[in-house]
Design a protein around this ligand. Sequence first.
Ligand SMILES: Nc1ncnc2c1ncn2[C@@H]1O[C@H](COP(=O)(O)OP(=O)(O)OP(=O)(O)O)[C@@H](O)[C@H]1O
Length: 325
Amino acid sequence: MADSHFREGADPIITVRGLKNGFGDQIVHDGLDLDVRRGEILGVVGGSGTGKSVLMRSIIGLQTPLAGEITVFGEPTIGREETEAVEIRKRWGVLFQGGALFSTLTVAENVEVPLNEFYRDMDPALTSEIASYKVVMTGLPADAGPKYPAELSGGMKKRAGLARALALDPELLFLDEPTAGLDPIGAAAFDQLTRSLQRTLGLTVFLITHDLDTLYAICDRIAVLADKKVIAVGTIPELLALDHPWIQEYFKGPRGRAAEATQEAQEGGHEGDGPDIGPANHRAAEHHAGRGADAEAAAHPTEVETQQRATDPGAELPEHAARTS
Ligand SMILES: Nc1ncnc2c1ncn2[C@@H]1O[C@H](COP(=O)(O)OP(=O)(O)OP(=O)(O)O)[C@@H](O)[C@H]1O
């Protein structure tokens, strides 16, 4: 598990209370609560269609909830005047699924989009210099700037999307399935990039993922979505202490055990613990074994119990409980 140093007990940077979202007859969230602590990497997991992306879209103002309250940086975000909303939006960056780059713009021009949007009077030379810096910061070669998205690999596209998300020096970063579709080595490298940037820049990261390796490698805590709510939030050991079938199946199924073994090998420094199973090796093994299909199966629970937090006070996780590292 991650060992970044978020301030436990610090004021939450995001609070969600009583969130309700729906589309027609379909209710996606009902009474969802969540706190994201300043400085942490919070992983958000749940079966397909449990509303992880809708939750993120609600927090960043792209989805108007049916009910509930959301604050970011201590400010309510729902129903704000546009000028106030812009000031809040400036302080976060978003990497959407697939990168969501503008295909007709170069990488550098994509990174310049938020700079031009929020700082219209900025000297174009400075805008260009900042964009170049962000491109290099995400590990892309400097000559990637003039390239178009179609000329980039999947991993490079993600990095370009990340460079754009970092354009405004955000305090808060939203990542929606950042390692989906990446090759094993690329996924492990992207995880390390995320952790390194989070530490260096003091970011808080809201990270939606199905990737168990990412959860083990870099997340401080994990929020589990099921039954239209966040049913639990905690470290992996804390979650495993809960008697919840989806959580047990997810983390203790074959892929969860493999990801755990990978992490233990990493932390143990590979000293006589059997075969070297670094994240890229494990991911490579999964890749050859048809990881995508299995991971998808793991993400679709066959049975999910009713909202455990509401029914079982034991599911409330102690703030001070041990972390894995
Ligand atoms: N704009 C929309 N109009 C109608 N239904 C929507 C809309 N956006 C999301 N939904 C529905 O809301 C539910 C939750 O969607 P969401 O994309 O948040 O799921 P998710 O947990 O992120 O899934 P996945 O892991 O597959 O990405 C789904 O049933 C989806 O079809």
